[in-house]
Design a protein around this ligand. Structure first.
Ligand SMILES: [Zn+2]
Length: 345
């Protein structure tokens, strides 16, 4: 597997025209600068995502595609389901609450394709998988009621954190006022017996741990109201992810520094539903008005791979039960990430 990746990286230039999202930079880690080209046209548009999911549903017998609601601008919100046995443990992957954090969605789409191949045969017999990709399609398409003129990426659209009304969906998990958050809670959280959830995001580009730039950061629920058993499940989930990403050679994770507010899904969903949640922040956003937050497309390869590694490792650890005996002591020594100083900040 590792050898294959190195070969892929070496052949990057050749593959670039055939599969631009996959080809470059698998094998490159966060110490590769990667800010040469920032172009959003390389990312799936919302309608490309919709037709991709519909095609996969037609191909894959075990996959079910459901519409759980509509965005402010009327775009259907999708839920991808693999649910062979309701008695099995269930994990939910949520991407792109923030519209400008799209590589997590790109990784989730690849993972959905993998689930339809022989490589994942048998895994879905023992675990139920729910995936909500792109909860904020209006933000992802830049179809919003405020100006994005100052955003830095080039390409055929801008992407923004907020929904069409300028609301941060990941601060709406208590009141649930926005249609996107409502759809998630009414038609996913309240409808299924979910054990684990990973909420996938992107952070800035300049965070480091132990003197090296990180490829991402992770954190469990930090509200004092979380049940200790739920918290322990979150730490185990984090242990699976940390081991899988850290062992790639290019993955380098820090501990995210996050607050206790329950308006944030990591905290609120853990308390309200007793779900073991994990926040995963990948490095670098697809677009933003603040340039140091944005990461060029040469980093897409390893960040998409990091998402796939995260989804794949957790699904397998839940399916074979190994998550339950996972050692969580690494959390006691994992350093919080810090912001690296640079001349222009
Ligand atoms: Zn985010």
């Amino acid at each position: 597997m590792k050898k294959q990746m190195i070969t892929l990286a070496a052949a990057g230039a050749l593959l670039l025209s055939a599969a631009p999202l996959q080809a470059d930079a698998v094998g490159n880690g966060p110490n590769y600068g990667g800010n040469e080209t920032i172009n959003t046209s390389i990312l799936h548009t919302y309608s490309e995502l919709a037709s991709y999911l519909q095609k996969q549903e037609a191909k894959q017998q075990d996959m079910e595609l459901e519409v759980i609601g509509q965005s402010v601008k009327g775009r259907d919100l999708y839920l991808v389901k693999y649910m062979k046995n309701p008695e099995n443990p269930t994990i939910l992957f949520l991407t792109q609450q923030h519209g400008n954090e799209q590589l997590t969605t790109e990784g989730a789409l690849e993972f959905i394709k993998h689930l339809g191949t022989g490589k994942m045969k048998g895994v879905t017999d023992n675990v139920n998988i729910l995936i909500v990709p792109m909860l904020n399609p209006d933000g992802a398409m830049g179809d919003v009621d405020f100006s994005l003129d100052d955003y830095v990426a080039s390409g055929d659209r801008h992407l923004t954190r907020y929904n069409a009304l300028g609301v941060d969906l990941n601060r709406d998990h208590v009141t649930k006022i926005q249609p996107e958050t409502q759809a998630l809670h009414s038609n996913v959280m309240q409808k299924y017996d979910i054990d684990y959830m990973i909420d996938l995001h992107h952070q800035g580009t300049r965070s480091e741990r132990d003197g090296e730039l990180v490829s991402g950061s992770i954190l469990y629920p930090t509200t004092p109201n979380v049940d200790p058993e739920v918290l322990e499940g979150s730490k185990k989930l984090g242990a699976v992810v940390f081991d899988a990403v850290d062992s790639t050679g290019w993955g380098h994770l820090g501990k995210y520094v996050g607050g206790t507010a329950e308006t944030i899904s990591r905290n609120g969903i853990a308390v309200e539903y007793g779900i073991s949640t994990l926040l995963f922040e990948m490095r670098g956003m697809s677009d933003h008005e603040y340039e140091p937050y944005v990461l060029g497309q040469k980093s897409n390869g390893y960040l998409i791979k990091q998402t796939i590694t995260t989804l794949d490792s957790t699904v397998r650890a839940i399916a074979d039960g190994s998550i339950e005996t996972k050692d969580t002591s690494f959390w006691d020594t994992l350093a919080e990430q810090r912001n690296r100083q640079s001349e222009d900040e």
